[in-house]
Design a protein around this ligand. Sequence first.
Ligand code: PLP
Length: 396
Amino acid sequence: MQISKKALGISPSLTLGIDALSKEMKQAGKDVVGFGAGEPDFDTPAYIKEAAVAAIGEGKTKYTPASGILELKQAVCDRYKNKFGLEYAPAQVVVSSGAKHSLFNTFAAILNPGDEVIIITPYWLTYPELVKMADGVPVFVEAREEDGFAPCSADIEAAVTKKTRAIIVNSPSNPCGCVYSEKCLREIARLAEKHDLYIVADEIYDELIYTGKAMSIAMMSDDAKARTIIVNGMSKAYAMTGWRIGYTIAPAEVAKVMGSYQSHSTSNPCSIAQYASVAALTGPQEDKARMVEVFASRSRLMAGLINAVPGMSCREPEGAFYIFASIRGLIGKKYRGEVITGSVKFAELLLENELTAVVPGIAFGADDYIRLSYATSEENIKKGLARIEKFCREVE
Ligand code: PLP
């Protein structure tokens, strides 16, 4: 039977794959330490769960407007006003089933076949696939670790063609854990204006910042605000990955199209999760603040341990909950007679021999790196890094 060319062109999610394999091994009784997680290891705060239970009790269990309930759109607008001084109208907000879905709707709304989207490498592995799903063409611009994984504006400009429609800005970044400086955001905003590009600003980690200040690229100028489609959601800041609520804030005409598009695909996002999200955004923020503190201390611990491993090195992350660690010093060398040809081989050998799961950097477009998530306990971080050190000491 036929499978469409478009579907065949989409790669499976490697991060979910490794996570699934390590969970499988755990279920089989193996003592695996998993650094693959893309979600907080904290529970959803109680007040959010209670709001969901109340919503069920009150019968808020029916279809909602396709683009989301007004209370949640208003809470999103209030958040952006209070946090960044950015004013938006609820009509500019579209609530979707997770930020991934928001990004899917975004590219569906703005791309025509063959339109190019600039993606900074190392990138979150879903971006190129989402662009392709919307018949767009991903164009990669490499950011270097020496520059804090921030892109250089000359490199971005060199990648712009007549077909370029958008650039994706993901700060704090998955997988790099970097936060772009104001200077960098200004440069990207300037180029977007010069070449008339949309800025797709994935700000899903904007509550998880340990050094530096949270900033939205939409703050850089009125022009930047007018051409930015902000993508955000509840998953990371409120430990709500399973609730599936994300949102976009876009120019009104784009928001309208996205709402229509969504109305014919998934209809509205889950009503109960939307009411819980209103509570999350408007309720007490202490749980979130505590979680950020714990992440900050784990990130320092993990970075210190990685930098003590022979052949590995990393920057201390400024945000999100990942460390993108270089394994350049190990590639081409041998572990128990097997050549470490790249990040996949490294991850496989490590999982098989030292029961420790990491995500190969190739998934993010950088084969001499691995991604380690510190959304796991300090005890696991120490145990897993001791195993990684043992593994790397055997490499010759
Ligand atoms: N954007 C980035 C950079 C992410 O890392 C993720 C999740 O891993 C998402 C968006 C999507 O989050 P969700 O669909 O759970 O809202």
